[in-house]
Design a protein around this ligand. Structure first.
Ligand code: NAP
Ligand code: 8YV
Length: 321
């Protein structure tokens, strides 16, 4: 039996250790960062908190092995890899990291949009490969005259819309219900919106309710001049249907920061020249990841100080309903 009376926190991996571990290690007994399964087996009965990120989920099976669990603090605003419904059923608080990453992710979304339409990575490769000496880079597609459909109009969606406005382009959006006070047309029907715009930007949560909503029908409606930008989750797109549409050129191009099975990106996607592929870097700056790490820490400390969570997710409201 251990003499250590500090609450046990299970880390599902290394998570901004110079922010998270540095601040938590005095007050908590941290286990699992380097050997999650081993720590789960050795400490499962004592664990009172879990700190996690998208790359390793906190499933119902994990939650059920942690009888003393009180809080799951997720590094990331998207918490589709945490089974929040099961956590709620067991009275376990779930927190995420909203707002601190809005502007960073919106910046990246616009960068990816421009990179995709203006073929910036392809042009860079052209120079590096010494092809410029033989011929000028071919003329390409334009952002001018485009109309943008944003799928998801929450915190980050609105930050993206602000940037699109500055580019002088019309905006429409699809969510399950209209957002009050927004001047843009709202579509309840995603296919109808895809038909009316030529560029889709995805920024909605992953998980069962959004799985594959961008399917072959949506891509067909987007049409041959269509551009798809996904900074949401890979799961919201039917990836094989997207690959088919890109191969057959029934859409023009795609810019993807997220994939169905990260970090595995299908060879069929990597072989295409009409896609820009990023390794899930929407929030990946020192500035923003530090702010996200701090919010993870703040949630854990506030909880164990008896002050409740700072940023609880919708499934585990605070104060309790
Ligand atoms: P948020 O404020 O909760 O907004 C989510 C938006 O999605 C809302 O407008 C919501 O509207 C809409 N939505 C939810 N379910 C929907 C459905 N079934 N069909 C259509 N629309 C739906 O979230 P956020 O902070 O903006 O973050 C959005 C997501 O971006 C995260 O969950 C995460 O997956 C992703 N993300 C990615 C990166 C990256 O690195 N690439 C970084 C940060 C976040 P309704 O509820 O009215 O439908
Ligand atoms: C993170 C994200 O990189 O916040 C999110 O939902 O996708 C990104 O900001 C990711 O969650 C950390 O693993």
């Amino acid at each position: 039996m251990s003499e250590d009376t500090r609450p046990v926190l299970l880390l599902t991996g290394m998570i901004m250790d110079h922010v998270v571990e540095r601040q938590l290690k005095e007050r908590f007994h941290l286990v699992g960062a380097e050997d999650f399964e081993g720590a789960l087996a050795a400490h499962g009965d004592e664990v009172r908190g879990v700190v996690t990120r998208g790359s390793r989920g906190v499933t119902a099976a994990v939650i059920e092995r942690l009888p003393k669990l009180e809080i799951i603090s997720n590094f990331g605003v998207g918490y589709d890899s945490v089974d929040a419904a099961t956590a709620a059923k067991h009275g376990v608080m779930v927190t995420n990291t909203p707002d601190v990453l809005n502007e960073e992710v919106a910046d990246l979304a616009l960068g990816l949009l421009l990179a995709t339409i203006r073929e910036i990575p392809q042009a860079d490769r052209y120079v590096r490969d010494g092809k410029w000496k033989a011929a000028a880079f071919p003329l390409g597609a334009t952002l001018r005259g485009r109309s943008i459909g944003i799928v998801g109009m929450g915190r980050i969606g609105r930050a993206i819309a602000k940037r699109i406005e500055a580019f002088g382009l019309p905006i429409a959006y699809h969510t399950r219900g209209p957002v009050p006070d927004l001047p843009y047309p709202h579509y309840l029907d995603l296919v109808a919106m895809a038909r009316d715009v030529d560029t889709l930007i995805l920024i909605l949560p992953g998980g069962p309710s959004t799985r594959g909503i961008v399917n072959a029908e949506v891509l067909a409606a987007l049409g041959p001049n269509g551009v798809l930008i996904n900074v949401a989750r890979g799961s919201v797109v039917d990836e094989p249907a997207l690959i088919e549409a890109l191969k057959a050129r029934t859409i023009l191009a795609a810019g993807l920061d997220v994939f169905a099975d990260e970090p595995n990106v299908p060879e069929a996607l990597r072989a295409l020249d009409n896609v820009v592929l990023l390794p899930h870097v929407g929030s990946a700056t020192h500035f923003t990841r530090t702010a996200m790490g701090q919010l993870v820490v703040d949630n854990v400390i506030s909880w164990f100080d008896g002050k409740g969570p700072v940023t609880p997710v919708a499934e585990t409201p605070w104060p309790k309903g």
